[in-house]
Ligand binder design. Structure first.
Ligand SMILES: N[C@@H](CCC(=O)N[C@@H](CS)C(=O)NCC(=O)O)C(=O)O
Length: 212
């Protein structure tokens, strides 16, 4: 399989970590959504990453859809998601909150990367920040009440933990969320625990956002 996209993207990274944990070998196309835009569009009409080219030559897009494919391929015994019921719903909901926060973070980053300074609209950036922080705060509260030494759902690491950790690290690299007036202490603890694992370290590529 071929995984397209750089590991500084939390969406790409959560797919890469999952494939490594599931021992599914893949080639990595370390292409940037900026300079490799045309090349990415040959595989994905939206020009977005992650895109996964399966062994059957199918091009899959959207990290959630890709994870769904990998999970099905892994089978019930190796799946990294609870099979059904309240725990599965909780895991999916936490992932939706985390990826939603990441998307709001990406919008703030793109405002800096893709827009000239005089065309930036601060109220829009502020709105994105409120949405991002609100979603992270809800996950943080949930984990704080559950206990920071716990995984988010059940008794082992799931796609929810992988996703939340990738998102936290990305948002901290780009937007320094750990210094936010709303302190995400429980999330930081979970992310640190995940980032210490070899599979996270193998995919750790810090994102440096130009100042301004
Ligand atoms: N909902 C998508 C989000 C993917 C996404 O936003 N990827 C970014 C990189 S972090 C991207 O491709 N940006 C280029 C663009 O949207 O033009 C997913 O989960 O895969």
């Amino acid at each position: 399989m071929l995984l397209i996209g750089m590991f500084d993207s939390p969406f790409v990274r959560r797919v890469a970590i999952t494939m490594k944990l599931l021992e599914m070998p893949f080639e990595h196309a370390n292409w940037s959504v900026g300079k490799d835009f045309d090349r990415i569009r040959e595989y994905n009409p939206l020009g977005r990453v992650p895109t996964l080219v399966t062994d059957d030559g199918e091009n899959l897009m959207e990290s959630a859809a890709i994870l769904d494919y990998l999970d099905e391929r892994a089978g019930p015994d190796r799946s990294l998601l609870p099979r059904a019921g309240a725990e599965r719903r909780k895991a999916l909901n936490l992932m939706a909150m985390a990826t939603g926060a990441a998307e709001k973070g990406v919008m703030q980053v793109y405002e800096r990367v893709f827009r000239p300074e005089e065309k930036r609209h601060q109220p829009w950036v502020d709105r994105c920040r409120v949405q991002m922080s609100g979603s992270l705060a809800a996950i943080d509260r949930y984990l704080g009440e559950r206990g920071v030494s716990q995984w988010l759902v059940g008794k082992r690491m799931t796609l929810a933990d992988i996703t939340v950790a990738c998102v936290f690290t990305f948002l901290n690299d780009t937007l320094r969320i750990a210094a936010d007036p709303v302190v995400f202490q429980s999330l930081g603890t979970l992310a640190a625990r995940c980032e210490a694992l070899p599979v996270f370290q193998e995919t750790r590529v810090p994102f440096f956002l130009p100042a301004g």
